[in-house]
Design a protein around this ligand. Structure first.
Ligand SMILES: [Zn+2]
Ligand SMILES: [Zn+2]
Length: 203
């Protein structure tokens, strides 16, 4: 397997990243290297371009496979449109991820609703969990910060009062609305997640 394939495969599963996260977030790329077990490797731009392309294709396919496949109207990446318990429409990143916080549940005979799992109950174990697209939408939050998703995007006033317990930056309102209590990449520093990674690699 080429290095690009190796990186793309962990970025797809278990990380479930979007192409734009890998493209814009240095911290997402660092996490991919760690998850692939090549934390100290030097990876050239050409390899990252292959990873971005492959992850983009897989996200595209995953979005189209479901009923709600579409694109984000703001940043144009493939997303999955779902309906929340409150009856609102919500865009999710198409790939399930290890630190996802939205699960789909059957309601009634056939319809699926999106349920946001509270931070204290994360990570979700044994079922597919996705992330609200707004939490990583490049039109909403800036993805190029040290921690992957900086507290504000183009509109700085959109900061909430809530502070991320890992990096101690305030959270963008889009993250709080997505039910998160930390930045998507900061979530990888939680103990539960580290344990998950350790048990995965010992399989
Ligand atoms: Zn978007
Ligand atoms: Zn943080």
């Amino acid at each position: 397997m080429s290095l690009g394939d190796q990186l793309a495969s962990v970025a797809i599963e278990p990380m479930g990243l979007t192409a734009s996260e890998i493209q814009h977030s240095e911290s997402a790329r660092e996490r991919v290297l760690v998850a692939a077990g090549v934390g100290d490797a030097h990876v050239g731009n050409d390899v990252w371009r292959q990873v971005v392309e492959r992850v983009g294709r897989v996200n595209e396919r995953a979005a189209r496979a479901g009923r709600g496949g579409g694109r984000c109207k703001q940043c144009d990446v493939p997303v999955m449109w779902v309906t929340t318990v409150a009856g609102k429409s919500q865009a999710l990143n198409p790939l399930p991820r290890d630190m996802g916080n939205v699960v789909l549940e059957h309601q009634g005979r056939s319809s699926l609703v999106a349920v946001t799992v509270p931070p204290a109950q994360l990570p979700v174990v044994g079922r597919a969990a996705r992330l609200a697209h707004a939490a990583t939408c490049s039109a909403v939050v800036s993805l190029d910060g040290r921690r992957g998703v900086r507290p504000w995007g183009r509109d700085r006033p959109a900061l909430s009062q809530q502070v991320c317990p890992v990096c101690e930056w305030p959270l963008h309102r889009a993250l709080v609305e997505a039910g998160l209590d930390r930045h998507p990449m900061c979530a990888y520093e939680s103990e539960a997640c580290l344990e998950g990674v350790a048990s995965d690699s010992s399989r």
